[in-house]
Write a protein that binds this ligand. Structure first.
Ligand code: MN
Ligand code: MN
Length: 477
């Protein structure tokens, strides 16, 4: 009897509480000081998104932060670097190492993220003229919804290597004081046959994503393709790039304009490239202040994740082995194959990548119990993949328990998540590439709305808490 009475009174007390703690969002659960920290952190994050719109820019920015702290280039084989070291391969994949109190053989605490984002690339031969207008042909990179890229300002971020070895770095269309670029669309009055009556997948062929580049003819009035010539002359005059130099150029077409706060309450960050630069920025800022951790730490920013992690800078490459070996060499530990492989197998890893947040407008694809909500913190995603867990690794029961204990012990506000309902689609990231080494790895990152669009949306509170979350993992795993 008395027991029942007690239970009832406990239940009544619970009912009086408006919501259990885990049902309250971050904004409800932090004090005014942390709210200030959230705002301040979002400003630096937005600057980063605005100024780093290519994987090369992301790497050089992050590298500059660690260089400023005294990190040394591991390719130069430094001996026992005081703060740590880094390895940059071809400007495209960056690894950072922080020595710990424990030996390397016992394994690293590792965070991997990716610096590339869906975009359009200019084709090697791209400048052409049609209807007395000059246009630039593009190539898709990654999974984007093509119609989102039409009739909006875009910019080009270029990197060219000339035959004599000179390297050129340039952007065009970002600065409001210079012209923008754009990809045109057809007016609704005339789109019935070529768009409206077609399936979405057929209505926007990739070969129609052409950048409008000019209309002023150049050269001898008798000559042909004079508008095209006009554009080629501008390339040469502005940046010293001749048409053949485009063959050795990487020119990325990205949404123009800055990242900015969104919402009447300004609680969101809107901007291009948050997949996966949100994870890169938060993980790098989590790592920067850590000195003398218990276990050695690694951060890797891969390229090519959006197209399957192929190539020498992708997660399928041997970069992680070379980074671990370079750490062994720097610390004078035996860098034999067995030592490096044991270290990787004993590693605890987070695959830091953004997660699909529940969008109330499209909630039918979400699994209410398991999908992530904006404002409720970084997600821990035990497995990704598509129908039947295809194409994914899965974190073990033991590893999930370890992660839960760390995050709860450090007061991190986080959430469990899966991408959505099973047969609506699916996705994945680099965890399975790293899991080949036998390490424990779990996906983890902030939820986004409008992912892979030119204007992705995150919640400022999640961005901040994601940084704290990666910090807790690096220090405590
Ligand atoms: Mn991603
Ligand atoms: Mn992606």
């Amino acid at each position: 009897m008395s027991q029942t009475k007690d239970k009832k009174s406990v239940n009544k007390a619970k009912d009086k509480k408006a919501q259990p703690e885990e049902k309250l969002c971050i904004w409800d659960r932090v004090g005014p000081k942390e709210r200030e920290a959230i705002e301040a952190f979002s400003l630096g994050y937005m600057d980063f998104l605005t100024s780093c719109k290519t994987e090369r820019k992301v790497n050089s920015h992050i590298l500059s932060l660690f260089e400023a702290k005294g990190f040394e280039d591991l390719s130069k084989q430094p001996k026992k670097p005081k703060h740590g070291g880094y390895l940059l391969h071809h400007g495209k994949v960056l690894g950072v190492f922080v020595p710990g109190k424990a030996d390397l053989k016992g394994g690293f605490n590792l965070i991997v993220a990716h610096g590339d984002s869906p975009r359009l690339d200019l084709k090697p031969r791209c400048v052409y003229e049609d209807g007395n207008l000059a246009l630039l042909k593009t190539n898709l990179y990654g999974g984007l919804k093509k119609f989102q890229w039409l009739a909006r300002p875009v910019a080009i971020w270029g990197f060219s290597t000339l035959k004599d070895g000179r390297k050129l770095d340039f952007t065009f269309g970002e600065d409001p004081s210079e012209p923008a670029l754009t990809i045109t669309d057809i007016l609704p009055h005339m789109d019935r046959k070529i768009q409206r009556e077609k399936r979405l997948t057929e209505a926007f062929p990739a070969e129609r994503l052409n950048v409008l580049a000019g209309s002023i003819p150049a050269g001898d009035k008798e000559a042909k393709m004079r508008v095209r010539l006009g554009v080629l002359r501008i390339l040469e005059k502005k940046w010293g790039i001749r048409e053949d130099d485009l063959l050795s150029s990487e020119i990325e077409v990205v949404p123009a304009g800055p990242a900015r706060p969104v919402g009447l309450d300004g609680s969101f960050v809107g901007g291009y490239g948050q997949d996966d630069r949100l994870s890169v920025y938060t993980a790098a800022n989590a790592l920067l202040p850590i000195t003398k951790p218990d276990r050695p730490l690694l951060l890797v920013v891969f390229d090519r994740e959006e197209i399957g992690s192929y190539g020498p800078a992708g997660a399928q490459s041997n970069f992680i082995v070379r980074l671990a070996s370079a750490a062994f060499q720097a610390m004078d530990e035996s860098g034999c194959w067995n030592g490096v492989m044991s270290a990787l197998a004993n590693t605890y890893a987070m695959s830091a990548d953004v997660e699909c947040g529940v969008d109330p407008t499209f909630k039918e694809v979400a699994d209410e119990l398991n999908s992530a909500k904006l404002g409720f913190g970084p997600c821990v995603t035990r497995y990704t993949g598509a129908a039947g867990k295809y194409g994914a690794s899965e974190a073990s029961s033991e590893y999930m328990a370890k992660i839960r204990a760390i995050l709860d012990g450090e007061g991190i506000i986080w959430q469990n998540s899966l991408i959505g309902k099973q047969e609506e689609g699916g996705g994945g990231t680099v965890a399975y590439n790293l899991s080949h080494f036998g390490m424990d790895i779990v996906d983890s990152g902030a939820p986004l709305l409008s992912m892979h669009s030119p204007f992705e949306i995150s919640c400022k509170a999640d961005v901040w808490m994601t940084c704290r979350h990666y910090g807790a993992f690096l220090r405590k795993a």
